[in-house]
Design a protein around this ligand. Sequence first.
Ligand code: SAM
Ligand code: SF4
Length: 319
Amino acid sequence: MKDSLGREIDYLRISLTESCNLRCIYCMPEGVAPKVCGETLTKENIFDIVEVAVELNIKKIRLTGGEPLLRQDIVEIIQGIKDRGIEKIYITTNGILLSEKIEKLKKAGLKGVNISLDTLDREQFNYITRGGDLERVLQGIEKALNLNLEVKINSVIMKDINENAIEELAKLTLNSQLDVRFIELMPIGQGKKFTGISNNDIYDRLEKIFEFDRNYKEIKGVSTYYKLKNSKGNIGFISPINSCFCETCNKIRLTSDGVIKRCLNSKGNTNIKEYLDKNVEKEEIKEILEQEIFKKPERHLFGKDNKDEELKNMNAIGG
Ligand code: SAM
Ligand code: SF4
């Protein structure tokens, strides 16, 4: 359906959990306690919401978190979403558990996977993720490619932390059928403690090293894609900070506790799980979601005096 500004909102991102098996320094503080059971969307809650979303013309669903692959019922969730008529089902994951689960996920209906990877250096990866094993993520990527799933790598670059990773990450697109997307660090939660690098700067740095294919530029949703000459994959730039992407934003979000978020950095007013748990009529759920989509704000307000500012960390929002 269209929001009040005429944008077609056909993409729903559902966070399946706030918990994570990593603690990336810009996303999640050390030692956060897991959410209490009962506060997280059940698979039945998710299916009820998906049924309504389909009626509102949502065509694409991405499962995220926290780490969505920590959900024991992840295969059933994907299967259930597919059974309710959604063909475009994607997941965003840190990739640690990917290689052991990916075959079942694909069989259930998964179309593609975004894998977060901010460096190809083992020690740097271990530092950024506070203990993650890079090898496991690389195995997951390889397996996803072998299964012909759509693969995108999401990379956040921070000043003085992993600037030296830009070149190696971009090189991944030369020989593998995957896209690498640089996402500007957002001043949300732990992200406020670090300084991001603008995507203009990353592009300039890459241009000094590689030759770009001058005939290729494509805007898809909030990403602008370029291509290195003779590469198999593309390089995407998602630039929430240095060039507002809100005009082409087509999504609405649901946090793992059931709050509908009209925008990444607005708090959210309505907890849909509370209505679902009271067994209200499906029509009422539909009206709530419809209203939330309709009232999607014109743009995010990072860095502005924003009374509606989201104060949670990204793992709790569902990045
Ligand atoms: N755990 C999964 C993962 O890492 O892909 C899914 C959830 S994670 C919150 C989703 C994405 O948000 C990751 O690509 C991560 O790099 C990104 N992210 C987290 N904090 C961020 C921040 N402050 N600014 C920009 N991106 C951020
Ligand atoms: Fe976990 Fe993803 Fe946040 Fe890293 S970015 S701490 S993997 S939720």
